[in-house]
Design a protein around this ligand. Structure first.
Ligand SMILES: C[S@@+](CC[C@H](N)C(=O)[O-])C[C@H]1O[C@@H](n2cnc3c(N)ncnc32)[C@H](O)[C@@H]1O
Length: 387
């Protein structure tokens, strides 16, 4: 099945996420990509804001097949010369013909050529209702939206967690999903390690994606935070950590070895020396990012921070290398600091990482820098695979 993705705020990262999971990924404009997949669940993607499925018939034929009752339609026009007027004209044309055929139709209008995700969601056009549709026009092709990113759900599970700590940097849940997905397609029931688990955002998302979660952190306080957050998550989501797939489910080693068969395990550990329990199917984490900063650091401070963070992250990767199987994916967000001249200073550690027995999958890392306008410390994502 051919799909269209509307990419998020940092399209390079969204695209990398799709490339890690699906085939035939093609970027067709700054914010759009097509790809092939059997099915797609937008709730498992951190980087795409809408997913639409290609229509194999004319939009009118598709709409005419909707079950009896009032139909609601919205048209987003992503074509090259699109305007609010072109989108509205298409929607009204469809409405006119459908009305002539005796259907009752409501059109959701927008001041723009494109319906915002909020408009789609609030009008029930996110693909879950059999009589409410957002159609996407892309030059001569048409798609129907099958999923819209649920911003409210992200905010809720981020802000409602019982244990939060602004000092360790708040990893957005969307970015946590991206880090996990950059590991590539993982078998159902895989066990994901976060050795810098902090408050547990990566592990929380791993559980919601149906993986089992294994976290360690140097700080006792952070380990306690992660435990509280994961316990809270599992209480509210009894399915968390349970493999969810229609694909044949391989018999997993971890089912036998997981303590008390809980979907998660958390303990204190220094990532540069800890011996983790097996199995480790993938590693996804935000490494140590150094001191929080509210203004660009002076060169001397920058050097000190790079030295401190670099040595912890390299120490961790060296320790990990002997403990994981060949081909195990390791995705780590490392710090990069905004300089007064507007460029970013990254850790220059790629060659050293390669010498430790990893392949660096995104060597030209220009694109995989996650940053927000108000932040000094950005996250530079490195994708590794054990040789
Ligand atoms: C940027 S925070 C990670 C935040 C985390 N992603 C979350 O969801 O809250 C980095 C974490 O690394 C931990 N840390 C620092 N040095 C460490 C080390 N040598 N081994 C393990 N954890 C370490 C800190 O305690 C902190 O919790």
């Amino acid at each position: 099945m051919k799909y269209l993705a509307v990419l998020g705020r940092q399209p390079e990262i969204s695209l990398a996420e799709l490339e890690a999971l699906f085939s035939d990924v093609k970027q067709i404009s700054k914010s759009l990509a097509t790809f092939t997949a059997e099915s797609v669940d937008i709730n498992r993607l951190g980087g795409s804001i809408k997913i639409a499925e290609e229509l194999n018939e004319k939009p009118l034929d598709f709409l005419q097949n909707a079950p009896d009752g009032k139909i609601t339609i919205g048209v987003s026009d992503y074509s090259k010369n699109a305007s609010a007027r072109s989108a509205k004209t298409e929607a009204l044309k469809l409405k006119q013909i459908l009305v002539r055929h005796g259907r009752s139709v409501r059109v959701v209008e927008s001041r723009d050529a494109i319906l915002s995700t909020a408009t789609s969601l609030h009008n029930g056009l996110s693909g879950k209702n059999e009589r409410k549709f957002e159609l996407i026009k892309l030059d001569n092709d048409w798609f129907r939206v099958v999923g819209v990113q649920d911003i409210d759900a992200y905010t809720k599970r981020d802000q409602a967690r019982p244990a939060r700590d602004a000092k360790v940097g708040m990893l957005p849940p969307k970015l946590a999903q991206i880090l996990i997905n950059l590991c590539g397609p993982l078998p159902a029931g895989s066990r994901i390690l976060d050795p810098f688990c902090g408050t547990g955002v990566v592990l929380q998302e791993a559980l919601l994606m149906g993986y089992s979660a294994y976290g360690t952190d140097l700080s006792e306080k952070m380990v306690d935070y992660t435990k509280r957050n994961l316990e809270w998550l599992v209480r509210g989501n009894p399915e968390a950590g349970k493999p969810r797939t229609s694909a044949p489910r391989p018999c997993r080693r971890d089912e036998a070895t997981r303590p008390e068969n809980k979907p998660f395990q958390v303990s204190i550990g220094d990532a540069t020396s800890f011996q983790w329990e097996q199995p480790i199917d993938a590693v996804a984490c935000e490494g140590y990012l150094g001191a929080p900063m509210s203004q660009a650091p002076a060169e001397i401070k920058l050097k000190e921070q790079k030295q401190e963070c670099g040595s912890i992250i390299l120490g961790f990767l060296k320790n990990l290398a002997g403990q994981i199987e060949p081909k195990t994916p390791v995705v780590i967000a490392t710090p990069a600091w905004l300089r007064p001249n507007g460029t970013y200073s990254r850790l220059e550690i790629v060659d050293e990482i390669e010498n430790m027995g990893y392949n660096v999958m995104n060597k030209s890392r220009e694109g995989l820098l996650y940053h927000r306008d108000d932040q000094i410390v950005a996250r530079d994502i490195i994708i590794l695979r054990k040789k």
